[in-house]
Design a binder for this molecule. Structure first.
Ligand code: AMP
Length: 149
């Protein structure tokens, strides 16, 4: 059975420590070549400026929000390390599960790659974001099993 993905969305919650998930997404994209890889991080811990919920943060526009600027810097560095171009790197405000599902739909990706758990720990078999995305996404979802993070 052939499994051809044309567009993969990699969702990361930690901007420097998600290498296991990123590695799997990169490898899948290479195995399914030509396959586009988009990167998404949802800002859920930075105070929202006066912008609509779910809107994209413009990476080239500077703000006076120190925390936001730091997150933008880390996100840009991660995208650069993964060789994902700026136009395919999405930094958005909102609720992670909603934004992962919406972005996947908007970009018409056919696979979402995320971790089985995020920074909130390993107490459950599947984290809340991973579980919601797996139940509600309209495309395939790969939850990379993370043992310790
Ligand atoms: P959780 O279910 O919240 O423990 O997280 C599981 C996985 O969902 C993480 O390993 C990430 O791949 C993804 N994820 C969680 N939060 C975010 C976020 N804020 N932005 C992007 N992806 C996220």
């Amino acid at each position: 059975m052939s499994c051809e993905y044309r567009h993969i969305l990699l969702a990361v919650d930690q901007l420097h420590a998600d290498s296991e998930i990123a590695f799997r997404a990169k490898r899948l994209a290479a195995q399914n070549s030509p396959c586009k890889l988009s990167l998404l991080h949802v800002l859920d811990d930075v105070a929202m400026p006066d912008t609509p919920y779910g809107s994209r943060v413009l990476l080239d526009e500077e703000s006076d929000n120190v925390l936001l600027e730091r997150q933008k810097g880390e996100f840009t560095a991660l995208a650069h390390a993964l060789r994902i171009p700026k136009q395919d790197s999405w930094l958005v405000w909102g609720l992670p599960s909603d934004e992962i599902i919406l972005t996947a739909k908007r970009l018409q990706v056919d696979l979402i790659v995320l971790g089985s758990h995020g920074r909130h720990g390993l107490s459950l078999l599947l984290g809340a974001t991973a579980s919601r995305v797996m139940h509600q996404a309209e495309c395939d979802v790969l939850a990379v099993r993370l043992q310790n993070n």
